[in-house]
Ligand binder design. Structure first.
Ligand code: XMP
Length: 323
């Protein structure tokens, strides 16, 4: 059974939330940080129903999203829903700041800080903003540091709230919902399945899947390999049954043979897990034929890759992400 905080059904929730957001905004301009993830996407769609042209979405493209996802954000929100969307191409900026940084926590911190910096710079250009609308959901509040457990990874999506922007307050229309309800809400608002069914994706994005110091070449290879993996998982009809699945790329190269010659290529690690709460996870028993097809396609379409490995470790002792 899925968890629920919804009383009275999704349509009632949506109607009440639209009225609430409209009342809270009180005719002032509203800004939304759109990341392309489920929560911020649903939040933006809902806020748009409430305040229409008073909503501006700011999408900071840090270059660490999965292949095709930035384009999808623009096409769904700007072209499809006619929402005012500012698409900031900050790819170079993030790569430059991350150059030579290999510690995962440091990478997370830089990505979070840089995100806020870019967000603030762009938001300041907009002039007066009344409210910030955020896709905070119930587990974000329930899990934020109340249990006193040791921090394994600092899971900040962004580095905090922008301090340089003077806004009257924050509107959080999804804060009583669990993830499954947010997805349901997104479907009811007419968002495409590709967006409402999106897997959890770490805030620092592929920044923690390009292991060690991030380089443009490994990032590009990872995007392709990850895309192929996702395509094959979907083609095999496995996507809905998996908690999370993705590719990662370590720094370590490995020896391969290509065209009869020695090739010292990249390794791609595939990871797919079953999980209900992401606190523990089991390795998914993906059929060998699917894994073989993924490996064949990755090595054929990404000549820089000479080896593909499948991670069979549960959590614990491993974590879901490699970093
Ligand atoms: P781990 O790797 O700790 O991941 O088993 C558990 C879940 O958290 C996601 N994850 C993150 N999410 N910022 C996030 O918003 C992060 O820095 C981060 N690191 C891991 C991971 O994808 C999985 O769903």
């Amino acid at each position: 059974m899925s968890k629920t905080n919804l009383i009275g059904g999704i349509d009632k929730f949506i109607a009440e939330s639209i009225a609430d957001v409209r009342a809270q905004a009180g005719g002032e301009p509203v800004l939304c940080a759109l990341s392309g993830g489920v929560d911020s996407s649903v939040c933006a769609a809902l806020a748009h129903k409430a305040v229409r042209d008073n909503l501006t979405c700011l999408f900071v493209d840090h270059g660490l999203m999965r292949k095709n996802e930035p384009e999808e954000v623009v096409s769904v929100f700007r072209d499809g829903l006619s929402i005012k969307l500012i698409h900031v191409d900050a790819r170079e900026r993030f790569l430059t700041r991350l150059e030579g940084v290999s510690d995962p926590e440091r990478k997370r911190k830089i990505i979070g800080e840089e995100f806020i910096r870019v967000f603030e710079e762009e938001a300041l250009k907009l002039g007066r903003i009344g409210f910030l609308v955020q896709g905070t959901i119930y587990p974000d509040i329930a899990e934020s540091g109340a249990d006193g457990k040791a921090v394994v990874k600092s899971h900040h999506n962004v580095g905090g709230l922008p301090e340089k922007i003077a806004f009257k307050g924050i509107i959080e229309p999804l804060k009583t919902l669990y993830k499954n309800e947010v997805r349901e809400c997104g479907r009811a608002l007419g968002l495409p399945d590709t967006m409402t069914n999106r897997q959890p994706f770490p805030g620092p994005g592929l920044g923690v899947r390009v292991l060690g110091a991030i380089t443009a070449d490994r990032l590009a290879v990872l995007k392709e390999a990850d895309f192929i993996f996702r395509e094959e998982i979907a083609a095999a009809g496995l996507d809905a049954s998996l908690g999370q699945y993705f590719a990662a790329i370590p720094e370590q190269r490995s020896v391969g043979v290509r065209g009869g010659a020695r090739a010292y290529g990249f390794t791609i690690i595939l990871r797919a897990v079953h999980t209900s709460d992401f606190m523990t996870a089991g390795c998914a028993r993906i059929p060998y034929e699917v894994l073989e097809r993924v490996s064949e396609r990755i090595t054929a379409q990404c000549p820089e890759v000479s080896r593909v490995a499948y991670d069979i470790t549960p959590k614990p002792p491993a974590t879901i992400e490699w970093e």
